[in-house]
Design a protein around this ligand. Structure first.
Ligand SMILES: Nc1ncnc2c1ncn2[C@@H]1O[C@H](COP(=O)(O)OP(=O)(O)OP(=O)(O)O)[C@@H](O)[C@H]1O
Length: 314
């Protein structure tokens, strides 16, 4: 079943900004990474999908129900980018309020809420007023609010932006668990490592339009690249190695004592063995050889380099 479908979804704010012609299809149970520089239009898209603002053009549905409808909203759990909760309430009271708004029976809420507060890591502080929470704790509270209705689709806008590294890793783990439970996750994030480890597919948005979308491996890798750490290397030999191997290669690091790290783009993985032999034949020592992983972060930067974007700095 298709969880999220958008066709030509467009929002034009009075200032001409927003997003335009966004068409994506996300299957149930998939984790989808929605990426793009500041001001690209990610939050705008999410706000349309959860029914907070209305599209100027185009349409979209959640599990077959048109966005903005009550039926579609019932599927949604949402952690907004700029979360703010009633600071005069305790954490538990805030989640209880959200449970009430979701129409969850009191006896279900009584069991679910303490477990959820524990799960997001604020169990011990759940009776403290929100005004005494740190930003990271408030974001954890936001996650509990997003999850309290046991939603089928989770929209998370920068879910760990206020957290320390421990918090980020806990959220990462929680998201993996939720994915394992079959929830569809729509993740806006600038944390490429998290996106890479969680998401099945990604889309890159720039100036309100989708530039690329596909599975993580599709967008990342056309050809395997190999990274080699070698000894006895001299840069004068490098052009010869490139010519002899016919491979596109680059020097990543080189030290005066002949230690070097080089990368080669291979047509097929088998060429790695042949390249090793060539280097050893030339008297070099092979210390390490492994497939180089192109990171989503690198892809993000490369795709956007030289292109104009709204440049709204954080
Ligand atoms: N209510 C609004 N009225 C006018 N312009 C807006 C409004 N909300 C957002 N914008 C503009 O629309 C564009 C997209 O904003 P949006 O918040 O969707 O970007 P984003 O990709 O989520 O950015 P970030 O990564 O910084 O959160 C930006 O240029 C922003 O300034």
């Amino acid at each position: 079943m298709i969880a999220i479908q958008t066709e030509g979804l467009t929002k034009r704010y009075a200032n001409g900004r927003g997003c335009s012609d966004v068409s994506i299809t996300i299957k149930e149970g998939e984790a989808f990474g929605f990426l793009g520089p500041n001001g690209a239009g990610k939050s705008t898209c999410v706000k349309m999908l959860v029914g907070l603002i209305f599209p100027t053009e185009g349409r979209a549905s959640l599990l077959g129900e048109p966005i903005g409808s009550l039926a579609a909203r019932q599927f949604v759990g949402y952690l907004p980018e700029l979360y703010r909760y009633q600071e005069w309430l305790s954490g538990e009271e805030v989640v209880r309020l959200h449970a009430k708004l979701c129409g969850i029976p009191r006896e279900v809420a009584n069991v679910r809420i303490p477990a959820l507060l524990e799960k997001v890591g604020i169990g011990l502080r759940s009776s403290d007023r929100v005004r005494n929470y740190s930003k990271g704790m408030q974001q954890r509270l936001g996650l509990a609010c997003a999850l309290v209705g046991d939603p089928k689709i989770l929209f998370l806008d920068e879910p760990s932006s206020a957290m320390d590294p421990i918090g980020r890793s806990e959220v990462r783990q929680l998201l993996h668990e939720l994915k394992g439970e079959g929830k569809t996750i729509f993740l806006n994030s600038h944390l490429m490592e998290d996106v890479e480890s969680l998401c099945d597919r990604v889309a890159l948005l720039n100036n309100g339009e989708i530039m690329q979308q596909g599975t993580v491996s599709e967008v990342l890798q056309q050809r395997p690249r190999w990274r080699l750490r070698i000894g006895g290397f001299t840069s004068s030999l490098f052009p010869w190695i490139q010519e002899e191997s016919g491979l596109n290669m680059s020097i990543i690091e080189i030290s005066p004592d002949g230690l070097a790290v080089i990368e080669a783009e291979l047509e097929e993985e088998e060429q790695a063995g042949w390249l090793h032999a060539l280097l050893i034949e030339q008297g070099m020592t092979l210390y390490e050889s492994a497939r180089a992983k192109t990171r989503l972060e690198e892809w993000f930067v490369t795709e956007l380099s030289g292109k104009s974007h709204r440049g709204e700095k954080v």
